[in-house]
Every structure is written in structure tokens, then in C-alpha cells.
Ligand binder design. Structure first.
Ligand code: GLC
Length: 540
């Protein structure tokens, strides 16, 4: 594949990086990508059907949200069998075919690994629940009631209400950090840990290139079951599940040891990657790379999604993050995801292209979510079509994750090319404007910008292996350099909706403008248009 050969012509340092360090990773929620059988829900054969799009776009890897058998109460994060493909997504044979096809094209595949909980329909839980004597009883967290018969402590589920669910038959409570239908696994149990290591091996042997580990900071809870203290920032506008600070139910130090064990399993296989959903403030992200033993290669960093959008704020947060991770740790950047409001809804209108240029030129691995490249916004979901249990259980706080999970738009046909049936979530009103076919036909579209940025990353080692040199952001222009050997690239992003003059020390060449309508040389001063970003190389 020519994309592959392109990557191989790069310099030595660039080549000595691992594939995942150079990569831009494309997150696909299979349910929402492409339906192949008319049931209105996306599936694995649908992804295979769109594989040419992935190569056209130039992504290095895809990460698939869960594809396992599941009652689908939590978008597939309620798993009933870790080592199978859910019939709604296809079969293991479909999976193998997709993996092989991706590999043939030089595209890697990451799966979602969900270690914190199973579905209550998982045979392990059914067994565990069947009696206090079950050999799997201790694979979950079963606890006697408090003296008054109520839950053992005040821990709250993130999805509303107590985190303890009463089981009348065996007269104990079980713990669930999320839905009652998602009982937490007990990672203190060595047999459970061994079984989960085998789940990882099952997929690694099949050839997957790594995992994104779900909810990894919540793996362990306090052994003494101490009550969580009140949350000092709690008020009426804060969702009730946040009434207490999760000091004892979350982010326990033990979790890190379990993550390091997962890493050891992944390291049994060459060239694989472990990325992890972690929580908390920037200053805590560093330890998820591992303290005494390696943990995640890539603890996922949501700074670009969570920071108010201005040059000064972003520069401060980017530099704080880069300072917070250990020396030699590889950074990463995310601009979309299935739990996060679309980037286009978070930032001032017109800045969507800047977001892409920023994420793909900062030092590190970049992630984006299918649909971001179309400039997609969250789709309005009528109240009678809400799927997300989070919104149903904690209504009124804007927590619904359906808007960003709406189906991908492929063309301006009646079902946007996503399905021939009834799409499982509405497609949205602006399909005619934001769809792949239309944007592919316009070489200055945002979709082409994504493609050109990925192409440039493959061509210029400075963008992957280059040193990062922040420059002071002035005049709402965020600026930094990426320097690699003789090559120095200057990235300058106008974060305002007004023209801004950029002065540089030397004549420059525009390698790429977010507007895709100008290239070439200019002297040491250039007018950036409103919301325009540029990647500049030195003129010969
Ligand atoms: C993670 C997933 C989210 C899910 C939760 C419970 O945070 O990203 O979608 O609801 O775990 O599994």
C-alpha cells in the first residue's frame, strides 16, 4: 500500500519510534459506523465495507468500541462474554476477516477492554449470584448489609443512586460503579485476574494490536469500605452522583498494580499498545504510565476537550500536561470520543479546523472520533428516543451521550448511506452538509484537511519525532515549533475570529493552511485570516 511505503521513507529517528507513537488513531463506535444488514445498527461487515475510506483518510489505526455479546444497556460496555463477538456485530469469523483486511492495508486495530465490570448476564455473574458457595462468588464484590439492613456504605453509582444492589436470594449486596446491570469485578481475587489476563491473550493471539482499557481508575475500591466524604464543590447544579468525593471508591493505588499486570500480559506479545481511560486532574495522569513497573503506554489525555478554548488557556494546559508526565513518557491528545460532547459543540464556531491542526501537530499520538473529520456536531435527540441510561437515570444535567453517538453520514441519501433500515439514533438535520461524499468532492473541506494533516504527519518526521518548542502565544495566536534535525516547522493557529498578523524571524513557506487554499513562500510577516492555522517550514 502506498501509504505504508510513504511511512517507510521517513528518517531513522522517525522509524525508530514504535508504530503507536507515530499513529493517529481513529475511534469507531461500530454501532454507529455502517450497517450492513439493514437492522439500523452498525456492524463489523459494515466497517469492512468502508475500509477504502479508512485508507483514503490515512489513519494509522482504529480503536473499536465494544463488539462483544451484550444486552446493550450501556452501548456494549455491559459485556456478557469477553471472548466472542455479539451477534448484532457479526461473528468471530467476520472479526478475523476485518482484522486481516486492515492489516493488509497497514492499519492496526485496538479493541476496547472492559476490566471493571461485566453485564449481569455474564455467566460469571450468574454463577457468582447463584449462591454464597459459588466458586465465582468472590469474583464480584458481595457484602452483607449494614446493621440497619441498608447498603454497606454511602458509595454512589456514577449512573445514579446507591452503588449497592440488593440480592434477595443470597441476602447480600453487590457493588456496581455504573449500572446495577454492570456488577463490578473483584480484582483482588487472583483467579479473576488470571481469567482477565487470558481474555487479553485470547485477542492478542488473534492478532489485535492493543487495547483501550475502559474505566481503569475505578478497578479497585477501599478494602475497609469506608464512606466517601462529602464533595466540597457539590451544589444544585452538580449531578447527584457527585455528592461525595470518590476518595475510597475510586482511584485507589491498587488499581495501578492491576494495570501493570495487564501491561505485562500485553508485553508477552511484540509491538502491542495499551491505552487507558484514566481520571482526574492533569497532575495525576503521570502515574498511569507506571511507577515501579510500566503501566499504560498511553494514559488518555482529554485536555484539549476540557480546556476553555483560547490561545493562552490552551498553551498553559498543554504545557502543564507535558510537564506532568514523566520524563520519556509519550504524550497523547484526544479531540473526540463516545462519552464526550463533539469538539464542534465545545469550541467557538469556525475553530474546528484549528482543533484538528493542533491535535495532529502536538508531540505525541493523536486520537479522534469518527465524524469529527466531517465537522459533525451532536445530534439533537427527541426525548422519546433517548437511549443513554446515564441521561435516563440522571436527567437534566446535560449528560446524554447519544448526541455524539449518532450514526456516521456517508452521503446525502435518505438514511445517509448508513443503513437501509431505521437508524438506531436520529441522523440529524444537517446530513446534506456534513457527509463524506459531499466533503470528499470538495478539496478545501474539513475532511480534506484531516486527510492532508495525516499525509503531512507521514511525510514530515518533525511532526512525529521532532522536539516540541513552545513559543509565547500572543495576539490569540497559539504558536509552537517541532524541530527535527535540519527541519523546523512552525505551527501558528489563529484562535480568534479576526485577522491576526504573524511575524516570524525568517522567510517561511506555507506547507499547509487550515483553509487548504494557499501554499508557498512569503516573507517574515503573514496575515492569518480569522480562524486560520498554518504549518510553516523554513524557505530554502
Ligand atoms: C467508560 C465508557 C463509558 C461507559 C463506562 C461504563 O467510561 O467509556 O461509555 O459508560 O465506562 O462502562
Amino acid at each position: 500500500m502506498d501509504q505504508h511505503t510513504d511511512k517507510e521513507t521517513s528518517t531513522d529517528t522517525h522509524r525508530s519510534l514504535c508504530w503507536w507513537q507515530r499513529a493517529v488513531i481513529y475511534q469507531i463506535a461500530p454501532l454507529s459506523f455502517q450497517d450492513s444488514n439493514g437492522d439500523g445498527k452498525g456492524d463489523l461487515n459494515g466497517i469492512l465495507h468502508r475500509i477504502d475510506y479508512l485508507t483514503w483518510l490515512g489513519v494509522d489505526a482504529v480503536w473499536l468500541c465494544p463488539i462483544y455479546p451484550s444486552p446493550m444497556l450501556d452501548f456494549g460496555y455491559d459485556i456478557a462474554d469477553f471472548c466472542a463477538v455479539g451477534p448484532q456485530f457479526g461473528s468471530l469469523a467476520d472479526f478475523d476477516r476485518l482484522l486481516e483486511a486492515l492489516h493488509r492495508l497497514g492499519i492496526r486495530l485496538l479493541l476496547d477492554f472492559v476490566p471493571n465490570h461485566t453485564s449481569d448476564q455474564h455467566p460469571w455473574f450468574k454463577d457468582s449470584r447463584s449462591s454464597r458457595q459459588s466458586p465465582k462468588r468472590d469474583w464480584y464484590l458481595w457484602v452483607d448489609p449494614a446493621p440497619d439492613g441498608g447498603p454497606p456504605n454511602n458509595w454512589l453509582s456514577r449512573f445514579g443512586g446507591s452503588a449497592w444492589e440488593w440480592d434477595a436470594a443470597s441476602e447480600q449486596y453487590y457493588y456496581h460503579a455504573f449500572l446495577p446491570h454492570q456488577p463490578d469485578l473483584n480484582w483482588r481475587n487472583p483467579q479473576l485476574r488470571a481469567a482477565m489476563a487470558d481474555v487479553l491473550r485470547f485477542w492478542l493471539r488473534r492478532g489485535v494490536d492493543g487495547f483501550r482499557v475502559d474505566a481503569s481508575a475505578v478497578l479497585a475500591e477501599d478494602e475497609l469500605l469506608r464512606d466517601d466524604p462529602p464533595n466540597p464543590s457539590y451544589n444544585n447544579s452538580v449531578p447527584p452522583p457527585e455528592r461525595f468525593s470518590r476518595v475510597f471508591s475510586d482511584n485507589r493505588p491498587e488499581s495501578l498494580a492491576y494495570i501493570a499486570d495487564m501491561r505485562a500480559v500485553v508485553d508477552e506479545f511484540p509491538d502491542r499498545v495499551l491505552a487507558g481511560e484514566v481520571q482526574g486532574a492533569i497532575d495525576r495522569i503521570g502515574r498511569f504510565y507506571g511507577t515501579d513497573r510500566p503501566a499504560f503506554h498511553l494514559p488518555l489525555n482529554y485536555v484539549l476537550l476540557d480546556t476553555p478554548w483560547s490561545a493562552i488557556n490552551l498553551q498553559a494546559k498543554i504545557d502543564a500536561y507535558l510537564n506532568a508526565i514523566p520524563h520519556g513518557a509519550w504524550p497523547d491528545w484526544i479531540i473526540g470520543g463516545h462519552d464526550k460532547k463533539r469538539i464542534a459543540d465545545r469550541i467557538p464556531a469556525g475553530q474546528e479546523r484549528i482543533a484538528a491542526m493542533l491535535a495532529f501537530t502536538l508531540p505525541g499520538t493523536a486520537f479522534f472520533f469518527a465524524g469529527d473529520e466531517l465537522g459533525m456536531r451532536g445530534v439533537k435527540i427527541p426525548s422519546d428516543q433517548i437511549h443513554d441510561e446515564f441521561e435516563k437515570r440522571v436527567p437534566g444535567y446535560g449528560l446524554n451521550r447519544d448526541p455524539e453517538r449518532a450514526p456516521m453520514r456517508w452521503d446525502s441519501g435518505p438514511k445517509a448511506g448508513f443503513t437501509t433500515g431505521e437508524p438506531w439514533l436520529p441522523l440529524g438535520a444537517d446530513v446534506a452538509e456534513h457527509n463524506v461524499t459531499r466533503l470528499q468532492n470538495n478539496q478545501t473541506s474539513i475532511l480534506w484537511l484531516y486527510r492532508r494533516l495525516l499525509e503531512l504527519r507521514h511525510k514530515h518526521p518533525a511532526l512525529t519525532a521532532g522536539e516540541y518548542r513552545p513559543l509565547r502565544s500572543i495576539n490569540q495566536i497559539l504558536r509552537f515549533e517541532r524541530v527535527h534535525g535540519e527541519s523546523a516547522l512552525l505551527i501558528a493557529l489563529n484562535m480568534s475570529s479576526e485577522p491576526r498578523r504573524l511575524e516570524t524571524a525568517r522567510p517561511n513557506q506555507i506547507l499547509l493552511s487550515t483553509e487548504l487554499d494557499r501554499e508557498g513562500c512569503f516573507d517574515a510577516s503573514i496575515m492569518l485570516r480569522p480562524n486560520e492555522g498554518v504549518i510553516l517550514g523554513s524557505s530554502p
